[in-house]
Design a protein around this ligand. Structure first.
Ligand SMILES: C[S@@+](CC[C@H](N)C(=O)[O-])C[C@H]1O[C@@H](n2cnc3c(N)ncnc32)[C@H](O)[C@@H]1O
Length: 234
């Protein structure tokens, strides 16, 4: 993953206050339907977050893959992939949260947008997939949006390290801790990267005013870069 290329493109796409202030037009259903990459799919994602995923995916090298944990009905996965060059894609959800949530729905949504055949999907607990048999291609882009309790989030960062490309971009959803979400994403991620022998940087903390902020970054996103320190003992 070309981190510097991504950073320049991010700065160019989200200028000045677009990064930190609400875009109230995204609350207009007609406006947002026009710019939504997959308007027929339900999701827990704002327009800005869709655009972030789509932009980041574009910077994957040909030799790298995208891995998403916590797809729900497929909206974030589709947002990353649509109109982008073909790259290996791995995705995981065990459909344990929310009433209307199943692999059948996600599969139908991927199929509707012609991307079903391009995704290797693990209908499984995410803890079971961090091995070379499941993730055989270096991950240039990793989006973690599974459970955000402390233990899960910590594991979601610790366990992925050996499978990241030497230079990778990591997006952690629900970065904002507040009573309306109880997400430990930020604290657990920072703890995990603080213990790492590799070079992690927190590039951006993209804010939200509350959980479900369609005008901003839904419930906040942490954007991190990873560089492997080849001298480090794994
Ligand atoms: C907030 S939703 C993801 C929303 C989705 N990324 C989107 O933008 O629409 C979190 C997802 O994580 C999944 N999840 C929770 N715990 C999990 C686990 N242990 N293994 C795999 N998936 C899990 C849930 O089933 C749920 O679909």
């Amino acid at each position: 993953m070309n981190i510097e290329g991504f950073r320049k493109a991010f700065w160019d796409h989200f200028k000045g206050k677009e990064r930190n202030e609400p875009d109230f037009s995204h609350w207009d259903p007609i406006v947002s339907a026009e710019i939504d990459l997959c308007p027929q799919v339900e999701g827990m994602i704002s327009i800005k977050k869709q655009q972030l995923l789509n932009l980041a995916f574009r910077f994957l090298d040909e030799t790298e893959a995208y891995f998403e944990v916590g797809t729900y009905q497929g909206k974030s996965l589709l947002s990353a992939m649509l109109h982008n060059p073909r790259r290996p894609v791995f995705a995981c959800d065990n459909f344990s949260q929310f009433d209307v949530n199943s692999f059948r729905i996600t599969r139908a949504n991927l199929d509707r947008y012609g991307l079903l055949d391009r995704v290797v999907f693990f209908d499984a607990d995410f803890l079971a997939v961090y091995d070379a048999a499941h993730l055989p291609v270096p991950l240039g882009l990793y989006f973690y949006d599974g459970a955000h309790d402390d233990a899960s989030q910590y594991a979601g960062i610790k366990l992925v390290e050996p499978f990241l490309a030497d230079e990778a971009l990591v997006l952690v959803d629900d970065w904002r801790f507040a009573p309306d979400s109880q997400s430990h994403a930020k604290a657990a991620t920072l703890r995990a990267i603080g213990e790492s022998a590799h070079d992690w940087k927190l590039l951006y903390e993209l804010p939200a005013r509350f959980n479900g902020d369609r005008a901003m970054w839904w419930n906040g996103v942490g954007v991190l870069s990873f560089r492997r320190n080849s001298a480090a003992i794994q």
